[in-house]
Write a protein that binds this ligand. Structure first.
Ligand SMILES: Cc1cc2nc3c(=O)[nH]c(=O)nc-3n(C[C@H](O)[C@H](O)[C@H](O)COP(=O)(O)OP(=O)(O)OC[C@H]3O[C@@H](n4cnc5c(N)ncnc54)[C@H](O)[C@@H]3O)c2cc1C
Ligand SMILES: [Zn+2]
Length: 247
């Protein structure tokens, strides 16, 4: 061992990184060789180099169940005459009888300092499988309660970042473009879901129109995401209020 300098457990391999930080990547793409697959892989590589512990929930590969149904409850329902998913989920969470796949995802969320959502934009939103992850995993009692929502949400000590690709280009998603500012699309996801659960939201990573870009440009898109992640732990969350989106 003499003469060997060990960094393990003492110093970040990169001074700007954060060894020991835990990151969960919730990833929705069917094709590993896709742009989304490359962006996910770039994040795993960069964050691992920093010494972060990275977990990936690869939703299609897991065959993740997106439907919010009675099957989510392993014990008796509160009201078997009239089914209310939200009420039953809240109660099952408290009693510890949510289905095991949901409990597993909740554990990953609980352990994470940062959650990255990586997906292609589907109808101005997340793909159904990721929406199902949100519907089932971020249940009342776990992610929020009343009045413990928004800044008081239970996940308030965590960061969240939405990283996605689009079909349309930046021009289409400008304020004067046909689709309007891309920020309008982010309001329901960043504010309605993430901020509601307490997350501090980092600026989104938008990769516009990879299918209509050159190979070189696409490589640059992946590299710029990896470069951003080098200093991700220094970033300040956005001010997630209506003015960030609509002014
Ligand atoms: C149901 C549905 C709804 C949709 N709704 C919308 C919508 O509302 N708004 C909108 O804008 N779009 C929408 N789209 C389009 C969709 O968002 C895009 O098709 C998607 O974001 C493209 O990303 P991808 O990862 O699938 O691209 P891919 O087709 O996988 O990637 C593009 C190219 O990049 C290449 N590539 C992969 N990795 C690398 C790398 N490391 N370096 C260089 N090249 C690489 C791939 O080989 C491929 O040729 C929708 C699509 C569907 C199916
Ligand atoms: Zn907000």
């Amino acid at each position: 061992m003499s003469g060997t300098v060990s960094l393990v457990g003492t110093e970040d391999p990169r001074p700007w990184g954060r060894a020991g930080k835990r990151v969960l990547i919730v990833y929705a793409h069917q094709e590993p060789k896709s742009m989304n697959g490359s962006l996910k892989d770039a994040a795993v590589t960069e964050l691992s180099i920093q010494g972060c512990q990275v977990t990936v929930s690869d939703l299609y590969a897991m065959n993740f169940e997106p439907r919010a149904t009675k099957k989510d409850f392993a014990g008796p329902l509160n009201n078997s005459d009239f089914f209310n998913y939200g009420v039953e989920a809240h109660s099952a969470y408290k009693k510890g009888f949510l289905s095991s796949d949901v409990i597993e995802e909740q554990k990953k969320v609980q352990e994470a300092d940062l959650i990255i959502f990586q997906f292609p934009l589907y109808w101005f939103s997340v793909p159904a499988i990721m929406k199902g992850w949100m519907d089932r995993v971020l249940c009342q009692g776990f992610a929020f309660d009343f009045p413990e929502c928004f800044d008081r949400g239970f996940l308030q000590n965590k960061l969240a970042l939405i990283s996605f690709t689009t079909g349309g280009d930046a021009e289409l998603y400008s304020k004067t473009g046909l689709s309007g500012d891309i920020k309008y699309v982010l309001w329901p996801l960043q504010h309605g879901v993430l901020h509601f659960c307490g997350f501090k939201v980092l600026a989104p990573q938008v990769t516009f129109a990879p299918e209509y870009s050159s190979e070189d440009k696409r490589k640059e898109m992946v590299e710029s995401w990896a470069r951003r992640l080098e200093t991700i732990w220094k970033e300040k969350p956005i001010n997630c209020t209506p003015s960030w989106y609509f002014e």
